[in-house]
Design a protein around this ligand. Sequence first.
Ligand SMILES: [Zn+2]
Length: 225
Amino acid sequence: MTHKIAKKIVGYKVLTKETTAEAAKQEEQQALERMHENVERPEVLVGSTYKIKTPQSEHALYITINDIILNQGTEHEERRPYEIFINSKNMEHFQWVLALTRVISAVFRKGGDACFLVEELKAVFDPRGGYFKKGGVFMPSLVAEIGYAIESHLKHIGMIKPEVMSDHQKQFLEEKRREFEAQHGSSEGQAFPEKAVLCTKCSTKAMVLMDGCMTCLNCGESKCG
Ligand SMILES: [Zn+2]
């Protein structure tokens, strides 16, 4: 290709393999599909449904999150949440649940990092008081349950990296637990010892007093003094 130079040459740059590779990479990045408001909804979406059963209602709640797959079949393939539906026989919460699902779906479709939703929802407290789930996890409200369901979904599709405990940490907690049980009796068949109290970090009834320190047998949080 020839270019006619009509102006004075004031500088020049030699094209190298690196600069052309960089330009190609940038072009590729720009061509990638991303989540934004105007992404058209495909005819078929893949999804997961989570069941929530609380002691506050006899009917379960079913949370369905559907995902869109962007850049399908390429190395940049990613799964992003597209919409959420919540179903229940219980009509008590109908209007605010419907409002919540519409708002959350809108946030999903806007794109960007939707993970903040999880923290916001999990922090909602019900003034009537929360309840404990199996395994000793404290649930402050129904809204928080929805937050946990979205969190496990985002972990499942890789948007939230799960916290992985090292083998060393696991071993340490296992030892602590055995030590505690030796002093206070076995808690076999239960997730955590009966005397355990609520850990503020992981919201699990798994904190025990050992050697003057409150130690969480679930997440390893420790407070001394
Ligand atoms: Zn904990």
